[in-house]
Design a protein around this ligand. Structure first.
Ligand code: GTP
Ligand code: MG
Length: 434
């Protein structure tokens, strides 16, 4: 499989193709800015970049013949080691381009796969990326990809009498099977963890959104964590789940997830599906949007498409418009007026997330009870649960041993106690009488 940068940084010619016949959406999906961010995130050195305007893609090489001559000329100069194209190419298009340019050609899918490959750090993440890479590779093999033939010996032993291609395909098939088995095992463990969470009554809030929207920055603030947040695409690959640090808000876990991108390679979605399956068990989604991005609307749609694909559209979702510091105040005012059921924050500069937290807790716990309760002295166990939960703000004991406690608790949690014999909500006056 291609590795754009295994040890050393490679010099790339990046080719940005603007296709006039593509519709608006398709153009944004392949925007120059996003493409450049992807290339930079992969750690490749942009040796030269070229913008090509073309009416429509050609079948055999995507790039038109005339432009290809020009490109060939540029690619043959200097120290260019590979050519990166801002579209997804078919196997034969990529192969034909490589033949003509005599350079390795990386398309958008491979670029994303490569970024994932270098970012994956957990056991499960690495397996998922390898699986996606192999699946991608096998589609290329089926159509007669010749890369492996060039790196003979790289992939393993060869059976007698078989062609290189058949052997490669068989070995890849085997490896895919083994990876699937190992992944299944890891996911079983995760399922057990998920079950434990349900049992412990923790609510799960998953943070989702387009890559680079600020998910990790928000996650860090909400959970006082220190995950890597960077101005890079796909800084986060592995989901991380942490407990909320604000105790009065009840037992909430926040989960930071891998960012989405338009045209996320299908092999990646498939491989990550099991991890993303965790989203299904979330009680709420925070969809983080970079509101300072001029293409934010398209990106919201792209994220929604993926959420739909993952089957999580039923989960209550709150749109969190982030990076409000980066847009002009009058625009912000307008946007707030238009989207009054959404939240506007700056995860980086603004520590005051009280409105956000309030919305979350309202959704999860159906609001709060903040007041006095009384408990007969037989309810010692319940009393200690309330203390453990950090709900008790003040406590008084009457002469006859009845306990009065001033608690702040979510209505959902309160439900556990409300029907117990000897447990009652009371008014402040009752306390005075006690
Ligand atoms: N101006 C501004 N920048 C922000 C804000 N929040 C995050 N950023 C920046 O946006 C970049 C991406 O932030 P991350 O938190 O890594 O974004 P992410 O959504 O986790 O990205 P991936 O994990 O790569 O998908 C970083 O450079 C952050 O510093 C904000 O409120 N305002
Ligand atoms: Mg992140």
């Amino acid at each position: 499989m291609h590795k754009v940068h295994e040890n050393q940084i490679q010099n790339a010619l990046i080719v940005y193709l603007e296709i006039a016949s593509f519709d608006h959406l398709h153009k944004i999906e392949n925007s120059y800015d996003e493409f450049k961010s992807l290339v930079l995130s992969s750690g490749t050195n942009i040796f030269k970049e070229i913008i090509i305007k073309q009416n429509s893609p050609t079948i055999s090489t995507f790039i038109s013949k005339g432009k290809l001559e020009l490109l060939k000329d540029i690619a043959s100069r200097g120290d260019i080691e590979l050519v990166i194209v801002n579209h997804s190419l078919s196997a034969s298009q990529a192969r034909n381009l490589e033949k003509i340019l005599n350079k390795r050609v990386i398309d958008k899918t491979e670029l994303i796969l490569d970024i994932f490959a270098t970012r994956a750090s957990s056991h499960i993440g690495k397996l998922q990326v390898e699986l996606a890479q192999l699946k991608h590779l096998s589609t290329r093999l089926i159509r007669g990809w010749t890369h492996l033939e060039r790196q003979k010996g790289g992939i393993g032993l060869r059976g007698p009498g078989e062609t290189q291609l058949e052997t490669d395909r068989r070995l890849i098939g085997k490896r895919i099977k083994r990876l699937n088995q190992r992944l299944e095992k890891s996911h079983k463990q995760r399922e057990i963890n998920r079950y434990a969470r349900k049992k412990s009554r923790n609510e799960l809030v998953a943070i989702v959104g387009y890559t680079n929207a600020g998910k990790t920055t928000l996650f860090n603030k909400l959970t006082e964590s220190n995950q890597k947040a960077e101005d890079q695409l796909f800084a986060t690959l592995d989901s991380v789940t942490r407990k909320n640090k604000n105790p009065i808000h009840g037992p909430v876990l926040f989960s930071d997830t891998v960012g989405f991108i338009s045209e996320l390679p299908t092999q990646l979605i498939e491989s990550f599906k099991a991890t993303l399956d965790e989203l299904k068990s979330a009680d709420m989604l925070l969809h983080v949007v970079d509101i300072s991005d001029q293409d934010y609307k398209v990106k919201i749609d792209q994220v929604n498409i993926i959420l739909e694909d993952l089957g999580v559209t039923e989960i209550p979702t709150l749109i969190v418009n982030n990076k409000c510091d980066a847009i002009n105040p009058s625009n912000l005012k307008e946007l707030k007026k238009k989207k009054n059921d959404e939240i506007f924050i700056s995860a980086e500069n603004d520590n005051n997330f009280s409105e956000l937290r309030l919305k979350i807790y309202k959704q999860l716990f159906n609001g709060f009870y903040d007041g006095w309760i009384s408990m007969e002295n037989g309810l010692a166990k319940e009393r200690s649960i309330l203390f453990d939960m950090g709900c008790v703000q003040e406590e008084r004991v009457s002469n006859c041993g009845k306990i009065f406690a001033n608690i702040k608790i979510s209505n959902k949690e309160l439900d556990r106690f409300i029907n117990l014999k000897g447990f009652e909500l009371c008014h402040d006056e009752d306390i005075l009488l006690a």
